[in-house]
Design a protein around this ligand. Structure first.
Ligand code: NAD
Ligand code: UDP
Length: 311
């Protein structure tokens, strides 16, 4: 059955893939975005579809519309963008959640929150399970994002407990793929662009810190499964690829796959940079019958092809 679906942050990296997938499945999709880090280029191919609407709006302000489901993605996700205006980042997470939860409450509809592995901070438990409460510095340069997202989870749970709002919370681990903002400083896009231009690869710290990289198509599949899950499946549920790599290994793989002449250089590690990150996805496997299918080499090849096509 065709649904009318609201996606905040629909012009961003993940949002644009989600808009496309939900349109392809025959739904009507409305993207709500202030274009801070998103781009009209990401959604330009969708504009010819009469069932797609792109609305410029800031989620820190309420919005009134009639829809069947909400995916709440609006929030800058890369450290340089979320630190650009840290106060605005907190407002986007917290006031955006309040405004979208209010909308879901009035309409009595399901709402999914794009939370993050950053709620675990610099984790002491490895791999991270959903029951782990995390190790977040509340006053550091990353806290506008981490604590904003933690507060959004709190709001989702309290709207659920107090107002019976049907919520779904997913904790997304590092995700990459086409439509990533070329200048947002995230490691996969940085390394690919540097390698394609034979520039130095900027490794922060000694490169021994780890991340687990998920290709965007796997995430989108998981998000849709989560939205379609029974009402008592509210999460939080981790969504990520458990294959863990050091950042140095990532640099070496990107150099090899691009055939680049780039050299690795070492720069200072930003403060509060988590040392390790790997999702435990047992809950996603059992509750959603979901697990990622695209491994790093295949995903990197697709992402390299994308960045080649836009440069
Ligand atoms: P992105 O920056 O590409 O997308 C975010 C979108 O939100 C952009 O289109 C931006 O313009 C929009 N936006 C920002 N502030 C807004 C506001 N006040 N009002 C309306 N729109 C606003 O980032 P992304 O990687 O696509 O991330 C999407 C969501 O997934 C974010 O909530 C992010 O926290 C979460 N997430 C992403 C990752 C990842 O690895 N990409 C990991 C964990 C969580
Ligand atoms: N990183 C790096 N070089 C870069 C960009 C990032 O070495 O040019 C490192 C960064 O310090 C971190 C990891 O790569 O340890 C992932 O960074 P990203 O900003 O992509 O995501 P996050 O830190 O939020 O997981």
């Amino acid at each position: 059955m065709k649904k009318r679906i609201l996606i905040t942050g629909g012009a961003g990296f993940i949002g644009s893939h989600l808009c496309k997938r939900l349109l392809d499945e025959g739904n009507e999709v409305i993207s709500l975005d202030n274009y801070f880090t998103g781009s009209k280029d990401n959604i330009a191919p969708l504009l010819s579809n009469p069932y797609f609407e792109a609305i410029r709006h800031d989620v820190t302000m309420p919005y009134f519309i009639e829809v069947d489901e909400i995916y709440n993605l609006a929030c800058p996700a890369s450290p340089i963008h979320y630190q650009f205006n840290a106060i605005k980042t907190v407002k986007t997470s917290v006031m955006g959640a309040i405004n979208m939860l209010g909308l879901a409450k009035r309409l009595n509809i399901k709402i999914l929150q794009a939370s993050t592995s950053e709620v675990y901070g610099d984790p002491i438990i490895h791999p991270q399970t959903e029951s782990y409460w995390g190790n977040v510095n509340p006053i550091g340069i990353r806290s506008c994002y981490d604590e904003g997202k933690r507060c959004a989870e709190t709001l989702f749970m309290d709207y659920h407990r107090m107002n019976d709002v049907q919520i779904k919370i997913i904790r997304i681990f590092n995700t990459y793929g086409p439509n990533m903002h070329p200048n947002d400083g995230r490691v996969v896009s940085n390394f690919i662009i540097q390698a394609l231009n034979n520039q130095d690869i900027t490794l922060y710290g000694d490169g021994s810190q780890t991340r687990s990289f998920q290709y965007v198509d796997d995430l989108v599949e998981g998000m849709i499964k989560m939205m379609g899950s029974p009402n008592d499946t509210i999460g939080p549920i981790n969504m990520g690829n458990p294959n863990e790599f050091s950042i140095r290994e990532l640099a070496e793989r990107v150099i090899a796959l691009t055939g680049s002449k780039s050299k690795i250089i070492f720069l200072p590690l930003p403060s509060d940079d988590p040392k390790q990150r790997k999702p435990d996805i047992d809950l996603a496997k059992s509750a959603l019958n979901w697990e990622p299918k695209i491994q790093l080499e295949e995903g990197l090849k697709k992402t390299i092809a994308y960045f080649k096509s836009i440069t």
